[in-house]
Design a binder for this molecule. Sequence first.
Ligand code: PLP
Length: 503
Amino acid sequence: MYADGKISLVGPTAVTLIISIVKMEVAEFRKRGKEMVDYIADYLENIEKRNVYPDVEPGYLRALIPEVAPDEPETYEDVVKDIERVIMPGVTHWHSPYFYAYFPSANSFPALLADMLSGGIGCVGFSWAASPACTELETVVLDWLGKMLKLPEEFIAGTEGEGGGVIQGTASEATLVALLAARSRMVKRVQADHPELTEVHIMSKLVAYASNQAHSSVERAGLIGGVRMKKLPTDSKFAVRGEYLRKVIEEDKAAGLIPFFFCATLGTTPSCAFDRITELGPICNAEGIWMHIDAAYAGSSFICPEFRPLLDGVEFADSFNFNAHKWLLVNFDCSAMWVKKRADIIGAFKMDPLYLKHDHQESGLVTDYRHWQIPLGRRFRSLKLWFVLRMYGCQGLQQHIRKQVTLAKEFESLLLGDERFEICAEVVLGLVCFRLKGSNDLNEVLLKRINSSRRIHLVPCQLAGQFVLRLAVCARTTESRHIREAWTHITKLASELLRENQH
Ligand SMILES: *Cc1c(COP(=O)(O)O)cnc(C)c1O
């Protein structure tokens, strides 16, 4: 059809072709959409049959597809057949029950369907007027979720609250937003007493704090915010205590610095340790330091009454954040953040060009979420949270958390029965930190063999100078049999390794 080159592209044939694609669109979408749902269902139902960790080298994909985008349209079939050829060989299967690395990434069918709807509506909800449902649902479901966590009343928006919730993309963004708001609040406070001081001068004196176990995104927030960030020491349980913070604040104030921000971690990434916020919070409040709580992983568990005491002290915090996309069955991205005083965040970031203005004043009922975050644009992310909260109910979500904690406890008890291993941190939730008694080298080799077998996937961490293996219960479909299989596999590789080392 195109034998004579470009000329035929502007001829009648090409016009007919384009028109026919447009006419086909809705009908084809209906059909292909159903096929895609089937493909995803098959993928997730049979995920155990795939190797959890891919066997590819860097650059594998470039060799499988053309160097430039196609000039002429391809068919849907052409694209779809490349999913298994190009994509799947390079996927790490996070939802496999043999995946125990990092922390979980949530996945559930209600959330997947809601995300499809969000894509379909495709609105960009930067202000109330830009899509009232997008804004209002977010405010209301974050109130729901805040009440499930038994957050203090000040964090709940209601119709005229001063606080409220927002969905950020990630915990990293939540920490950064909190730090920038705290920075702006402190600069204004200092200038109120010392109008002669410039913002640049005050900023050069600011100092923020976090645990030496805090996530790397916290240190990064300090870098991006252009402020000093000091890492605080931790106790034998990897927790920051009040006295450590008090000591460094006194030293820093004596040196002319201005402490302004403390990021507490509840459920640290290496070992799921909990900073002592009941001690730390009152110190922050007395010093006018913004306390932000990063509970990215552990936060979901606080919906269970038996784990809620871990959140005691939240009443001292200015902001609190956790990732519903980690452990609450809401697909990435959905990082829930609450602040006590919305004016603190809005005050730091507000920009109001004419093209974004509308006739409704900011209040509990009317929120312009663009003032609460770094980007302008935002997706309709509350839909997936709404679907999940309604279809699982609080009880269903509690059940999910409890089941995964029980599985971690099961793995812990298997470890306790084998004296070649040691447990390196208290097992509080779904994470178990363990190692072979012996050198770091020995444990590094063990981990290498575990991961290169591709049967299960783990990542390590460093705790008190030791190389430690981390097993986090991740997939929603993980069962006791998978935990026992993982254990059998690990002990087999460990026995081989120890036998070789004897010779
Ligand atoms: C996972 C994790 C983060 C980072 O989460 P993102 O949403 O990817 O930014 C931050 N803090 C802690 C404690 C975490 O476990």
